[in-house]
Design a protein around this ligand. Structure first.
Ligand code: PNS
Length: 187
């Protein structure tokens, strides 16, 4: 019997808990799920393709039917190369719908036999996107609970100065409070 193979294409820069939620759901309904990272030379990514592959491989190691790969060119051509009959995509809010519908219908025009399957991540991840995670982390905010610990650590490594600022900010306030109260005592 033919294996029911799906690809889950995306940028994954970085992988979020929303992506992981979808991978887990996808792994349950497809015989094989290929997480396919787009190698896009036009974009200026935060994490290199190699770094994203390494993170996703570590994060999906517990699923025996999930593997990680990279591709360039058309998604439909990549799907054909790996023998996939479906493309898995996540839909979070209504705002995703228009873009996802356009992509799904364009992919259908290009390769009618390839089916797009939409799944919804858990509600708690419905506002989560890699773009927002990058922005919050780059500005020194906490992304705890939004990305796996491994990704959080790698973000820390990459954005060290911003994280240091965030980590030491409360200390700085305390220190300045102590200075203020000393000054008050002196006065
Ligand atoms: O995670 P993203 O950035 O929303 O993923 C978008 C992705 C990679 C699925 C999309 O840009 C894509 O399929 N690119 C490959 C080129 C292609 O096939 N373009 C036509 C799609 S309609």
């Amino acid at each position: 019997m033919n294996k029911n193979i799906a690809i889950y294409p995306g940028s994954f820069d970085p992988p979020t808990n929303g992506h992981l939620d979808l991978i887990e759901r996808g792994s349950k309904i497809f015989d094989e799920l290929v997480v396919a990272i787009l190698r896009n030379p036009d974009k200026d990514p935060l994490f290199s393709v190699g770094e994203r592959v390494a993170m996703l491989e570590a994060l999906t190691a517990q699923y025996s039917n999930v593997r990680v790969d990279t591709f360039d060119g058309l998604t439909v051509d990549y799907a054909a190369r790996v023998g996939a009959s479906s493309v898995l995509r996540g839909i979070r809010a209504l705002t995703d719908y228009e873009y996802e519908l356009q992509m799904a219908l364009m992919n259908r025009k290009l390769r009618p036999e390839l089916e797009t399957v939409f799944m919804m991540p858990a509600e708690k991840y419905s506002y989560l996107s890699s773009r927002l995670v990058r922005e919050v982390a780059q500005l020194g905010g906490s992304v705890k609970g939004l990305v796996p610990d491994l990704v959080e650590q790698n973000l820390r490594g990459k954005l060290d100065p911003a994280y240091k600022l965030a980590e030491f900010a409360p200390g700085r306030e305390e220190r300045s409070e102590t200075r203020k109260s000393r000054a008050r005592k002196k006065a």
